[in-house]
Structures are given as C-alpha cells and as structure tokens.
Design a protein around this ligand. Sequence first.
Ligand code: SAH
Length: 220
Amino acid sequence: MKQRLQGTGMTSRRTRERMVSRLREQGITNGKVLAAMAETPRHVFVDEALESRAYEDTALPIGHNQTISQPYIVARMTELLLEKGPRAKVLEIGTGCGYQTAILAKLVEQLYSVERIAPLMKKARDLLWELDIKTVGFKHSDGGWGWPEHAPFDGILAAAAPAEIPEALLAQLAEGGIMVIPVGSEGRQALHRITRTEHGFEDEIIEPVTFVPFLTGVSQ
Ligand code: SAH
C-alpha cells in the first residue's frame, strides 16, 4: 500500500498537481478544497487497472454499476457546501469508493457517510482507515432516510440523483444548513443547493450534471 500511495508517472504527485491546476482553470477557487485534492491520492480509490486514468477529469467505474465522480464535480460540490461558512456536522449520501468522503473528512468537523451497497461501503471504510482517516461514521443504509440519530446536519451532500429530494433529508437539515444534491431523471439532472432559512428552503439551481440514480432500499 505504501508504494501504491506514493505513485509514479501517471499516479505521481505531479500528475495530481496538474489535476489541481485544471480545476483552477475550470473555476474552482476554494484553496482548502484544492489543497485537500492535491494531497489525496485519487488513484488508490480505483482498480489498479484504471490507476493511470485516475487524474483525468472523468468518472470511472468502481464496480456494482457505480462510478467515482469526476474531480471537477467533487471539487465543485465541496466548494458549494463550504461557501457560506464552515460546516460542523455533515452527512454524505453515496459513499461509493470513498474519494469524496476523504476530501470532505479533511474539511468538516464530523462526517457521516451512508451507502446502500454493502461491499462498496466496507471497501471505502477500510481504505480510509489505511489512509489514516479514522473519524468518519459509516452506515450501510438507504440514504433516503438520512441518519436521524445524528441529525440535524449543517450540511448534506448527495452523490446520486433522486427525481425529487427525499422529505427526510430536508427535515434533517439544520437551520442555516446547506444541501448540495443533483436532482432529476436520467439525462435531465441539475445540481441544486438548498439552504434552510428560518422561513423555509432556498433553492439555487447551479448547473446541469450527470449522476447515477438515487435508488431506494439496500443491496448486500
Ligand atoms: N462520491 C462517490 C460517488 C459514487 S456514485 C465516489 O466518488 O465514489 C454514487 C453512490 O451512491 C453509489 O455508490 C450508489 O450505490 C450510492 N447510492 C445511490 N442511491 C443511494 C441511496 N439511496 N442511499 C445510499 N447510497 C446510494
């Protein structure tokens, strides 16, 4: 693992820094987000056969019909979550391979992450432990239920797109809390940022995106 972490050639620190320069060109400005992405070895989150493509600006397969989100989207969603001030308690829905989880864990006080596919959740949990990221709470569950025991959250970030935002998630957002979530059916999704105010919910439509669908129930 140590050797793999270090990386060479297409998985080296220099390649990762090129990815970060590209993110800057694409309009990402939050220095903390860029720094977290510069120090997190994205290549260890994908299969060794795909390692050399880990720093391309593209989504890649991680098994079980799922994908690791493209670097730009990870950066953009994280930036949107943090833009209005630091977030203490955050819920992530759709752990996947755990890459976005690793980035968030470095930038918020306490992170909880929910994944409906058991082997993905277990693999991500073990990998983050190896990377010395040990403070994240993981749960194998349908994220549509949120995580009521830890609610309310100052931030919620979803990596899968529901047709409509589940009520439970809106209910578990604290006042002043921010949810970044893709919404819509396949081919017609947009990234939304929902802010809970004392009067209700503010909904900003950010940009068109392509995500895997937000599914209900769990898979073993
Ligand atoms: N940020 C992750 C994205 C993975 S893709 C990464 O970079 O690897 C989206 C993930 O959301 C998939 O792993 C999928 O299984 C999960 N997912 C979809 N619907 C879900 C739901 N209702 N609850 C929890 N996880 C869900």
